[in-house]
Ligand binder design. Structure first.
Ligand SMILES: [Zn+2]
Length: 136
C-alpha cells in the first residue's frame, strides 16, 4: 500500500517537473470559481463562467510557460496593490476628514495631507518636490 502510494507520488512529482504550479493568482481564481459556483445556485448563467475560471486556474498550474505565468501574476499583484492603496487612502481620508485636507500633487499625482485651518499654505510634495499653494 505504502509502496503504491510512494510510486504515485513520485509519478506526480515527475509530471509536475518544469510546470508552473500554484501561486497567489491561481489560489484567488479557485476561490472566485467557488464563489461563482455558490452564486450559480441562484443565478444559473454564472455556472459556465465558474467553469471557465476554474479551467483558467488549472491551465495556469500545469502550464510549462513559467515566464508568462509570472508576468500574469505580477500584473495581478500590481492591480491588487493599487486597490489596497486606494482603499487605505479612502480610509485615511474618511478618518481625518475633520482635521486634514487632501490635495493631489499635479507633478506626480500623489495625495498630500495638510492640516485644516492654517490659511494659505505652500505645500511641497515630499515625493517630487513640486510646490503648490492652497487655502486650508
Ligand atoms: Zn509630487
Amino acid at each position: 500500500m505504502r509502496n503504491w502510494l510512494q510510486t504515485l507520488a513520485y509519478r506526480f512529482q515527475r509530471f509536475m517537473c518544469g510546470r508552473y504550479g500554484v501561486d497567489v493568482l491561481s489560489k484567488h481564481l479557485n476561490i472566485a470559481a467557488l464563489v461563482l459556483v455558490l452564486l450559480s445556485l441562484f443565478v444559473p448563467f454564472l455556472y459556465p463562467l465558474s467553469l471557465a475560471v476554474l479551467a483558467w486556474s488549472t491551465f495556469r498550474v500545469y502550464s510549462k510557460n513559467s515566464y508568462s505565468r509570472m508576468r500574469e501574476r505580477d500584473a495581478y499583484l500590481r492591480f491588487i496593490y493599487k486597490l489596497r492603496k486606494r482603499k487605505n487612502l479612502l480610509k485615511s481620508r474618511l478618518r481625518d476628514r475633520k482635521t486634514h485636507r487632501f490635495y493631489k500633487c499635479p507633478g506626480c499625482r500623489e495625495y498630500l495631507r495638510v492640516p485644516k485651518g492654517r490659511g494659505k499654505v505652500y505645500i511641497t510634495c515630499p515625493k517630487c518636490r513640486y510646490e503648490i499653494v492652497r487655502k486650508t
